[in-house]
Write a protein that binds this ligand. Structure first.
Ligand code: CTP
Length: 429
């Protein structure tokens, strides 16, 4: 077969400053006689004309030593941000035209999996490129583009990734791939939704076999978290339906259960995230809304157990357990009459948890809207300093008075600073 050169794709899709950084790397690698490549997702994305800001580079050799060489040869523009000595990888930075370009430099490495779902062990650093790509997930992610001068732009595609990319096919590289690393199933779901690709038949069969095997005892929870986060942050209903219908949820917990109409739940989740986006402080936490929707049917203990297994932070865990708590207490919200009672119901709860509640309890939309759109950000003008000026002695009563002012304000009984002062006078004297 003829060699493929991706000059056009590279020139079009790699930003100018990144090209400059890559050129400096390539020159250094040529000097050291090291083969150097763009590899993985970035090669896939430049072929399909998509911007990608994760620049992964592999040298057929030792990337840590190579970054030491770059440091010595380009002290003004190059710096090492992080080194992972066991993997011999480095995160490095170039300062070019007042911009910082971050690159991930890896050494080619050969890996094996001692047990199903275990973390891989490194067998060789600086191995042939073939051994480095064969350890990867899908053919479309297993291509390399040469940066060396004498083979610049040349595509190395041992496994037919280019053709699979043209045909929109997700294909694993060997039958043990999902058994080795079941998180690849979540990655597959992410790619299928993001790009509209489908699993080839054999890959689909291998996925189902792996999920039915239940052999996930060694599966590292933090890897499940990382992949779930990326998949659900795409914010597409198909991610949730695929996750449930294909039984991928078993990687999180086999006891997760669902209502009959999964499609409806999935679309409601996606639409709720879209419609309430401006109330979310960080779109990076969208995945917790999806996870919350999946977990609120379980007990608090079970939710905490799953959160621990996935190494969720305290804040992330709170989003899930608080969603469960307000779902359990919905009768209290049902009974609420005043705006302040609605406010009190939600006030200590993060917006992500409230949206999980709304997705699972759509009849409460009016009260959720009242809280998020009208009440949540109400602040009184009254504060401790004004109370002191009004002649009050600081003490526990301050909290009580300020709370009463807030209550009156939220219930619309008072609306101006003057009315707040009047309210305090009436309340106290
Ligand atoms: N990879 C893998 N198995 C995994 C995770 C990653 O084989 N469980 C490989 C793939 O070749 C992937 C590369 O490591 O292309 C880099 O991983 P990552 O940055 O997570 O993936 P991208 O393909 O760049 O995906 P995205 O576009 O979502 O960042």
């Amino acid at each position: 077969m003829n060699d493929k050169f991706l000059e056009k794709e590279f020139e079009k899709n790699i930003p100018a400053v990144v090209k400059t950084a890559l050129k400096l790397c390539a020159e250094a690698a040529d000097e050291k006689l090291l083969p150097i490549f763009l590899i993985g997702g970035i090669v896939r994305d430049i072929i399909i004309d998509k911007k990608n800001f994760d620049v992964d580079i592999t040298v057929q050799g030792n990337a840590v030593e190579f970054s030491g060489f770059l440091q010595r040869s380009h002290p003004g523009v190059f710096s090492v941000k992080e080194i992972h000595d066991s993997f011999k990888t480095a995160k490095v930075l170039f300062a070019i035209n007042n911009e910082t370009v971050a690159l991930d430099l890896a050494s080619t490495r050969k890996e094996s999996y001692p047990h199903p779902s275990s973390l891989p062990v490194i067998e060789e650093i600086g191995c042939d490129l073939y051994d480095d790509v064969i350890r990867r997930d899908f053919t479309i992610n297993s291509m390399a583009l040469s940066l060396n001068k004498d083979s610049f732009y040349k595509l190395t595609d041992y496994l037919g990734g280019y053709e699979d990319l043209q045909n929109g096919i997700l294909r694993v590289l060997h039958p043990e791939s999902f058994i080795d690393d079941p998180t690849r199933i979540i990655r597959g779901l992410k790619f299928s939704v993001r790009f509209g690709y489908r699993f080839d038949d054999m890959t689909g069969t291998l996925m189902r076999e792996c999920l039915n095997s239940g052999r996930f005892d060694n599966l590292a929870g933090e890897r499940v978290k990382l992949e779930l986060k990326q998949a659900f942050n795409v914010n597409r209903a198909e991610c949730l339906t695929g996750f449930i219908q294909e039984n991928i949820y078993r990687l999180v917990d086999t006891e997760i259960s669902f209502p009959g109409n999964i499609d409806e739940l999935a679309y409601r989740t996606k639409n709720t995230v879209d419609n309430y986006a401006k109330f979310l402080s960080n779109p990076d936490k969208t995945w917790l809304i999806y996870l919350g929707v999946l977990l609120t049917g379980l007990s608090q203990e079970k939710i905490k157990y799953i959160a621990e297994k996935m190494y969720l932070s305290g804040n992330e865990t709170d989003i899930l357990t608080d969603a469960k708590t307000i779902c359990e207490n919905r009768d209290k919200l049902e009974a609420s009459q005043s705006s302040f009672e609605v406010y009190e119901f939600f006030e200590k709860t993060k917006t992500e948890s409230i949206l999980v509640f709304l997705i699972k309890n759509k009849s409460f939309k009016d009260k959720v809207d009242l809280y998020l759109k009208e009440l949540k950000d109400i602040k009184t003008n009254m504060d401790g300093n004004i109370l002191i000026k009004m002649g009050l002695k600081p003490g526990p009563v301050f909290g009580e008075v300020l709370r009463e002012v807030l209550k009156a304000r939220i219930n619309g009984e008072i609306t101006s600073p003057e009315q707040e002062a009047e309210f305090v006078r009436n309340f106290l004297f």
